[in-house]
Design a protein around this ligand. Sequence first.
Ligand SMILES: Cc1ncc(COP(=O)(O)O)c(C=O)c1O
Length: 391
Amino acid sequence: MPSGKDCLANALAHLGRGPAGSGRSVNLPIYQSSTLLFDTLAEFQAARAARYKQRTLYYGRYGNPVSFELEDMMAKLDGGHGCITVSAGLTAVTLAIMAAAQAGSHVLVADNVYEPTRGFCDNVLVRYGVEVSYFDSMMGEGVSELMRANTAAVVFEAPGSGTFEVPDIPAITQAARAHGAISIIDGTWATPVFCQPLRLGVDVVAHSGSKYICGHADAMIGFIVCNEATYDRMRRMTLAFGDKAGSQDVFLALRGLRTLEMRMKHAHSAGLAVAQWLEAQPQVLRVLHPAFAGCPGHENWRRDFSGAAGLFSVLFKPCEEARLHAFVDALTMFGVGVSWGGFESLVLPVRPNRTARPWTEEGCLVRFSIGNEDVGSLIDDIAAALTHLNT
Ligand SMILES: Cc1ncc(COP(=O)(O)O)c(C=O)c1O
């Protein structure tokens, strides 16, 4: 985002508020719509002919004035040509892959992507005649050697799910482009506040808005933000599937964006404080956090990101399963559950499923999502629970 008048803070406050007029609410309404009416048949026919184009009002599934505002805002924040809102983050990733691939093509996927993304590739894509192979996300431009004549897409995540390696985004993107493949990145962790992969050359960024963007663990929404070359095929694919974000979730995403930068700054500092404290504990082998010098790709994070989310993992010394359960159950400030990026702290043991670079580390890996609670209280809570991991 540019600085000065067009800086991120101003954009988050002023974009996505609809046309100016007197007496209107600061916020756009929850816009419930299915049928849209036209004054004449000719107007209806013109809308139908243009329904795949950005911002054409035709029928609720194709979008409405409020979802178009949200899409424009996300596209602007991410430096994209356009954005398509979909019903969930996973939908954003899977439909982006569907739009890039076709029967007979090959998709290269980083082996540390969100597990359900792998599940989609292994269980769905291959059934439709698409070859899938996995690569080590840290191989950078070496990914060129894995490209096949039919490689249609390179799919990766920054940082990787559960293990937080930070790939060389420009190197992977350039390799994909040189081979005529579309690069698709899952940018959920950083949000547009901390990284804008389109500005680094990526073709398509998929976001789960259910995490930080909505930010209150109460909404499901996804975004596909694209460059000009990919926008049309991405939008057509989501429309072909009939996917659509719910109107209330669109409203919550617009509301969440207003405070996103402030919340990300808190996530950065609170997450780092807890992670740094954890690193010094005797039960801990390693902290997996992009801002830590020992994190694979730390230098890529320093170059391409302006901050860190409050989601990271900790590798504890090997321990029996029962001790791990006792540790997690003893935490009173951390909920046990999937997702992250809300106001509440969460904890979850993770088991990395890696095929290109097998996960060989001994120990118990636990993912923490740091919420908005008092950092000292979170640390005290972990300190008390850690006694269960003492050997
Ligand atoms: C990195 C990442 N991408 C995508 C998703 C899926 O998002 P959603 O839950 O909105 O479908 C998740 C959910 O945990 C995630 O962690």
